[in-house]
Design a protein. Structure first.
Length: 588
């Protein structure tokens, strides 16, 4: 059985009662209205927009700084039959972006190619090698996707080769922007675009939308591209809010009703039997696309996504799936090795952060391993290995802590770095690793809120089992797609007991049938994945408090509500870190 990790439970601020009252009707209970208001839906009109995503809700692409310059330059290239290269990173976001822009531009020209850098010989982003390849191919215009915002020297080098560049990125810019024909990035300080959280593929879609808008192509003709945007939005862990919600909504419809051959092949290889949501894209499609670049080459993923028919997709898909299997084995072996390293080194074991290095670890999976280590130790984590005589690494963070800024505080030890609040990549001389480990831990100790060292579960509402009905389930269904910024609501119910059916199933999963103590009905089947360590507590018959999401389970054509358990505690009262603010009742 796995060790039980203590978690903090925090109830979200109570919603405005007036706004809640304004949403309650025969289809929306008070419980549902409460968590809708918590998410900014303070009136029926706002809620209506949320529940009815429409392509008409997308912003005008020409609100983005440099969009007109980008579109005009592409139109000139198309008119002059100039050779165009679509260039993207080797991860899910980059490869989906390349597939999207390349397939759209193919409608207008055959003088087009794409390029994905080799993860190991070139590294992340635009490379001199890639530009040299473009020059040899007589390319006049490079469209760089999901990379390039800090590639000032690469853009200058391309200009020396007579190659113009358009940068489409969503990462934080540096103090100076590259001297490209256009730099599309909503995170530019001078960019008035109203939505800042698009994925790199999302920026690529806005570019395509701009070209379509200028050339009389209807927006709905672009719908077949939105499956790629949905995959990138899910796998790059950007907020599923605003424009991303609209794009993901339509993209998921495409994935589930009419998937392109490459995505259909990956679904078959993952043995998918149900409709995919955001989390299924993350855990089934994303790893397979990523495995191409981690194990062999990211170009393979683009070829799969561009496959014209099922036979071609299945031929490529066999290699992709084989690479994913190899990636899984590496992931397990290196995670085990990294955990041993932590336990054997007193400094690392007792630190407030994790920085581990081994020259033999496979560069392609160190980001995954960093995430695994956080599951075990829950602290900002960097996993380093050796590549081309340098220490290269991937960083992951815990909720609420900006690992990018912590790395930035040690930048004098680094040769390069980049990323987000929760994920980053970095390169340094090998001899700097010991000093970096110490300095990074000093920064974490000085800047992290001690509370962030304990995992926290946010609670949307405290409810009784009598609140869990089909009306609530319908609201939850229509709130999808879920993801960062719109996570599935988490409920707290106290004074719960098992009816006597508790048992361990599968890989340490805890299966139960729960009711509130002193109340014969209703009862709900519940599953706690990898929560077998709680079995004795549940089996004792003593009441406990439980956190869960509400799921619909279908079996033999019959739909029932099931609780997906996130955590449970013996205490019935006093389980919330902000308990004094709690207004709900605590007795059955």
């Amino acid at each position: 059985m796995r060790e039980v990790r203590a978690k903090r439970w925090r109830l979200k601020s109570a919603p405005d009662p007036t706004a809640v009252a304004g949403l309650v009707n025969e289809r929306c209970s008070e419980v549902a209205a409460g968590f809708l208001v918590q998410r900014g839906m303070n009136d029926p009109a706002t809620a209506s927009v949320f529940f009815r995503p429409s392509l008409e809700q997308l912003h005008d692409p020409f609100l983005m700084a440099d969009m007109l310059a980008a579109v005009e330059r592409i139109e000139r290239a198309l008119g002059d039959n100039e050779r165009i290269m679509v260039y993207g990173d080797y991860d899910v976001d980059g490869t989906t972006a390349v597939a999207l822009v390349y397939s759209f531009l193919q409608r207008f020209t055959g003088n087009i190619t794409f390029y994905i850098p080799d993860r190991y010989s070139e590294g992340y982003g635009i490379s001199f090698q890639g530009i040299d390849h473009a020059a040899n191919e007589k390319v006049g215009l490079i469209i760089a996707l999901d990379c390039g915002i800090k590639s000032i020297d690469k853009v200058d080098y391309a200009a020396e080769q007579g190659i113009d560049m358009i940068i489409c990125d969503h990462h934080r810019p540096g103090d100076t922007l590259p001297e490209a024909v256009a730099v599309l990035d909503p995170k530019r300080d001078d960019c008035p675009y109203p939505y800042k959280e698009l994925s790199g593929c999302g920026i690529g879609f806005k570019l395509v939308q701009g070209i379509a808008q200028r050339n009389g192509i209807a927006l709905n003709e672009l719908e077949p591209l939105l499956d790629l945007v949905a995959v990138s939005t899910a796998c790059d862990i950007v907020p599923v809010t605003g424009e991303n919600r609209v794009l993901t909504h339509y993209g998921l419809k495409r994935v589930n009703l009419e998937p392109r051959p490459g995505i259909k092949t990956m679904m078959q290889m993952a043995n998918v039997k149900k409709k995919l949501g955001v989390s299924e894209l993350v855990f089934t499609i994303g790893p397979r696309i990523n495995a191409a670049g981690r194990i062999e080459h990211g170009r393979q993923a683009v070829e799969l996504l561009l496959a014209k028919d099922q036979a071609q997709a299945e031929h490529i898909g066999l290699r992709v799936d084989g690479n994913n299997t190899a990636r899984q084995e590496l992931d397990k072996d290196i995670t085990r090795s990294a955990l041993d390293t932590i336990e054997e080194d007193a400094f690392i074991r007792d630190a407030w952060s994790t920085v581990v290095y081994n020259e033999a670890w496979h560069k392609g999976v160190i980001g995954i391993v960093a995430s695994r280590l956080i599951e075990q130790y829950y602290r900002p984590t960097i996993v380093l290995t050796e590549s081309q005589g340098k220490a290269v690494g991937s960083a992951r963070s815990v909720k609420g802590f900006d690992v990018y800024e912590a790395i930035n505080a040690c930048s004098d030890l680094l040769e390069q770095f980049g990323g987000h609040m929760y994920a980053a990549g970095l390169t340094m001389p090998l001899e700097n690793v010991p000093e970096f480990r110490k300095r990074f831990d000093d920064v974490v100790r000085a800047t992290i809120d001690p509370a962030l060292r304990i995992p926290e579960e946010e609670v949307d509402a405290e409810v009784r089992f009598t609140d869990l009905d089909d009306r609530l389930a319908r609201i939850l269904h229509h709130m999808a797609p879920y993801g960062p910024g719109n996570m599935k609501p988490v409920f707290l119910t106290r004074n719960v007991v098992d009816t006597g059916s508790a048992r361990i199933v599968g890989d340490d999963h805890l299966k139960m049938t729960l009711r509130m103590a002193g109340s014969p009905s209703p009862t709900f089947d519940a599953i706690g994945f990898r929560m077998g360590a709680h079995f004795e507590r549940v089996k004792s018959g003593e009441p406990f408090s439980v956190l869960y999401t509400l799921e619909e389970n279908e079996w033999n054509g019959r739909r029932t509500l099931q609780l997906n358990i996130k955590d449970l505690k013996s205490e019935v009262k006093g389980v919330l870190v902000n308990e004094p603010d709690l207004r709900a009742t605590t007795t059955a």
